[in-house]
Design a protein around this ligand. Structure first.
Ligand code: B12
Ligand code: SF4
Length: 472
């Protein structure tokens, strides 16, 4: 009740500046009483496109499905607008379509403009929704201004146009991001908006940034290079300037580099290695890599960890079994995974001995992959137990459109992720025919004796992965 009053007060306080509303998408209530820190991350697509619009003199208001706790509350915020704009990803598609229909009910002559990953990979599902008036596939930075100025000059479904390099993107005006609702929420999460709150990877305020857009690998469950156009990486100097600017203006405690694949392009990484420690305060950061490239460039990796303070290392291990890694076209082997684990364990021991904070893995693991046997899953858990310092991030495999395996399972009628249920809870079942009870039991420690049989010296129990299942 108190939450509803706060949310209503918040909505009443906002002044209307424009007839155009950008609606930030996510689960209802995520900015009111979030289940965890990851629901609070802000949307860089929204931030970038709103910044471009505002710099071109087109003001927009902001509302967020995350900042309300009911559809009635959202309805009051949609009143009186001529245009609604949304960045639709597959996992926000159900919320987007409900919002669009609500908007049309309230503003029958209003226009709904959409774009985003779901529009890019599942245009047929988008086209089927009458309430979406315009649907942009692909990047929107070079079309958004023309589209909003003159929507009638665009067909209903069209291909967007992106910059050649991220260096051409303006710096996001973070004050265009939605706000958390209420002082209690801000206090609880120590949220210093427009910076983001800490989530256990480093001290707040957190600056999330993107330095690269596309990962060139073609894992069958992801495969983003098949639908995100290749574009140049943001120059190192520009990334550093932005971080220093944010630090001067708001204060930075740590950094999250949201790139799908940070540890690519050695020339860029060497420049980062040279400049980041000298030209910034050297904030600790979270960033992602692959174990095969860590094995390929171990010296560069070690230098980055030690000298640039890369202390939360996200690796898409996915599985501890070669059979499954092959099936996923991961192009990584069990040996690559072990190499990376042993290297990070060793670097961690050395840094700890010197009184420094050791690096920790953010270990991405998938369970419930079609074709995965019980023994494959045991091998994955054994691999996790080899990591001395780890935050497990375990997800049930989810067949997203856009990925090769996702398209295949959807076509075969095996996906359980329908347009009303892309969005999920950690334990949601995603694919027909998978024995989810086995995986739940596995995560509850029921098979720990079996897992430990394959280990010579493990002292860790199932507490390592209990409760580590994330939304996917
Ligand atoms: C950062 C990130 C996250 C962050 C933060 C998410 C957030 N709040 O923004 C975190 C770590 C939390 C996250 C989590 C997840 N993510 Co994520 N994430 C990304 C990542 C790496 C970058 C997103 C980004 O900021 N891109 C840059 C901006 C500028 O691009 P953009 O938002 O797409 O916007 C552009 C266009 O789409 C277009 N556009 C957008 N809106 C509009 C509107 C109009 C009108 C127009 C004209 C154009 C337009 O123009 C923009 C500029 O070019 C992408 C991959 C990628 N490289 O994009 C995956 C990605 C979006 N995530 C994905 C997924 C699946 C997830 C997860 C479900 C888990 C998982 N398996 O990875 C969770 C679910 C999160 C949740 N809420 O429950 C998928 C989505 C697939 C899909 N079909 O939609 C992607 C594509 C990765 C992948 N290859 O699988 N993610
Ligand atoms: S899973 Fe990771 S390595 Fe594979 S394509 Fe996606 S981002 Fe790249």
């Amino acid at each position: 009740m108190e939450v509803c009053i706060l949310a209503t007060l918040f909505s009443r306080q906002k002044k209307k500046q424009s007839n155009i509303l950008w609606l930030d998408l996510g689960d209802l209530g995520d900015l009111v009483h979030p289940g965890g820190p990851h629901e609070q991350w802000q949307d860089h697509g929204l931030g970038l496109l709103r910044t471009i619009l505002h710099q071109n003199g087109i003001l927009t208001d902001i509302a967020s499905t995350r900042a309300v706790t009911s559809w009635e509350q959202l309805a009051t915020q949609l009143q009186g607008y001529d245009m609604l704009i949304m960045n639709v990803r597959s996992y926000t598609f159900p919320v987007a379509l409900k919002s669009a229909r609500l908007f049309k009910q309230i503003n029958p002559t209003g226009l709904v403009l959409t774009g985003g990953m779901h529009a890019t990979v599942a245009p047929d599902e988008m086209e089927a929704i009458e309430a979406f008036d315009k649907i942009c596939m692909g990047p929107g930075e070079n079309v958004i201004v023309d589209l909003v100025r003159d929507p009638a000059s665009f067909p209903r479904l069209f291909a967007g146009e992106g910059a050649k390099s991220m260096g051409e993107w303006p710096m996001i005006d973070r004050e265009l991001w939605p706000q958390p609702v209420g002082w209690r929420m801000k206090r609880k999460w120590k949220w210093r908006w427009p910076m983001e709150p800490e989530c256990g990877w480093g001290p707040g305020p957190v600056a999330t940034i993107l330095t690269s857009r596309v990962c060139p690998w073609q894992c069958v469950f992801c495969n983003e290079s098949s639908y995100i156009a290749n574009m140049g990486r943001k120059p190192v100097d520009q990334v550093i300037d932005e971080l220093n600017f944010l630090d001067r203006k708001y204060g930075v405690g740590s950094v999250v580099i949201h790139d799908s694949m940070f540890f690519q392009n050695p020339t860029w990484l060497k420049e980062w290695l040279e400049k980041y420690p000298r030209k910034t305060k050297g904030w600790t950061y979270w960033a992602a890599g692959r174990s095969d490239t860590v094995r390929q460039w171990p010296d560069l990796f070690e230098a980055l960890v030690k000298e640039t303070n890369w202390r939360t290392i996200s690796i898409g291990f996915e599985s501890g079994s070669d059979r499954i890694l092959k099936l996923l076209n991961k192009e990584v082997t069990e040996e690559d995974n072990f190499f990376t684990i042993d290297l990070v364990n060793r670097i961690g021991d050395e840094l700890e001995a010197q009184g420094e904070t050791p690096p920790i893995f953010w270990s991405n693991i998938m369970l419930g992959i079609p074709g995965e046997s019980r023994e494959d899953a045991f091998k994955t858990m054994r691999m996790m137990k080899r990591m001395k310092r780890v935050m497990p991030s375990i997800a049930f495999y989810a067949p997203y459109p856009g990925s090769a395996l996702g398209y295949q399972l959807i076509a075969e009628g095996k996906s359980l992720m329908s347009k009303d249920n892309y969005h999920r809870f950690p334990g949601d079942e995603k694919v027909k025919g998978i024995d989810y009870q086995f995986f739940r039991d596995l995560l509850a420690g029921k098979y720990d004796d079996e897992i430990n049989k394959g280990l010579s010296d493990s002292v860790r129990g199932a507490e390592l992965y209990e409760g580590a299942l994330v939304k996917a």
